[in-house]
Design a protein around this ligand. Structure first.
Ligand code: RIB
Ligand code: CA
Length: 309
């Protein structure tokens, strides 16, 4: 399968790239970088370093949006470290970003292979919104879009109601949800339940090799942050779970369908992902998204470990 990844690496973005890179059947056709966990210059540079670490140095990396469509950017060094990768230093990349922007690269690739490329979006959705502006047929040209983002029936993580990737560019997310993609949403509803447990993190430390060692070091930083959230030394696996849902659909055990919107005006709820949960939403012609609510955690963690072996 062919996959375009739009991301803001980011520790969990890094682990998502590791998951994809380890799978011989996955051709990563391009990576778009976006601001989010760090500035777009840093996330693009991290994408290059990570693709070299995980053995896919030839994947084109394109620099994307440096800021959201409307609001000022908000970065997350307190979650992902000053360099976006838990302050773990990877070697300078040999490659450099391509000349096209992330939106331009995505649009060109899907026009060249209509209906044959899946998109995994695990950062703010700004690049996708810009790509929709360049190519309104994008939802028909992309085979399937898997988004990590949102908090549908659970609390948010950057505010009471909003999850980071959606809150970091609510207008972009609303444009993407309205566009009619074949869309799977991997939201906090499932990513906060499907975590790298203390036992899994300990097992990762026993896996030899540079990829596993570096990834374990990234996750040490992430687990330090998440200990304050969970009260136990474990961490969420937001972006790798979204990668797994794309590549291994058999992992999904439960999901529901609903049209999605993003709250753009609420003084307390801006950036909230609103699913219309009524059985037949009246007068709603928006294509429903599939919201993943159950996965086989043991299988996911097993495959994640296999990817790092
Ligand atoms: O809320 C989790 C998401 O925000 C993940 O994609 C993480 O990388 C951060 O960007
Ligand atoms: Ca991310």
């Amino acid at each position: 399968m062919r996959v375009f990844v739009d991301c803001d690496p980011g520790i969990d973005d890094a682990v998502a790239l590791a998951y994809l890179a380890a799978r011989p059947e996955v051709e990563v056709v391009g990576v778009g970088a976006v601001f989010g966990n760090n500035s777009v210059d840093v996330t693009a540079d991290n994408a290059l370093r990570l693709l070299e670490l995980y053995g896919r140095p030839d994947v084109p990396v394109a620099v994307g949006a440096a800021r959201p469509l409307v609001q000022p950017p908000r970065l997350a060094p307190h979650v992902h470290g000053g360099n976006g990768l838990g302050d773990v230093e990877l070697p300078e990349p040999a490659g450099e970003p391509v000349a096209e922007s992330a939106a331009e690269l995505l649009v060109r690739l899907v026009r060249e292979s209509p209906g044959r490329i899946d998109v995994l979006a695990v950062g703010p959705l700004t690049n996708l919104a810009i790509a929709l502006g360049l190519e309104p047929e994008l939802p028909r040209l992309v085979r399937r879009l898997v988004v990590m983002g949102g908090a549908v029936r659970v609390a948010g993580n950057v505010s009471s109601h909003a999850e980071a990737n959606i809150a970091n560019d609510p207008e972009a997310a609303e444009a993407v949800f309205a566009a009619g993609f074949e869309l799977d949403l991997v939201a906090l509803d499932i990513t906060m339940k499907t975590v790298a447990t203390p036992e899994w993190l300990a097992e990762l430390k026993t896996v030899p090799g540079e990829r596993a060692e570096r990834t374990s070091a990234f996750l040490d930083y992430y687990a330090d942050f998440y200990t304050g959230v969970f009260g136990v030394r474990q961490c969420a696996m937001h972006d790798p779970l979204a990668a797994a849902v794309l590549v291994d659909p058999d992992l999904v055990t439960e999901a529901f369908e609903a049209p999605l919107r993003v709250e753009l005006r609420g003084s307390l709820t801006r950036g909230m992902t609103v699913a219309d949960l009524r059985p037949r939403p009246a007068g709603d012609d928006r294509r429903p998204a599939r919201v993943v609510t159950g996965v086989s955690e043991a299988d996911f963690l097993g495959r994640m470990l296999d990817a790092l072996r």
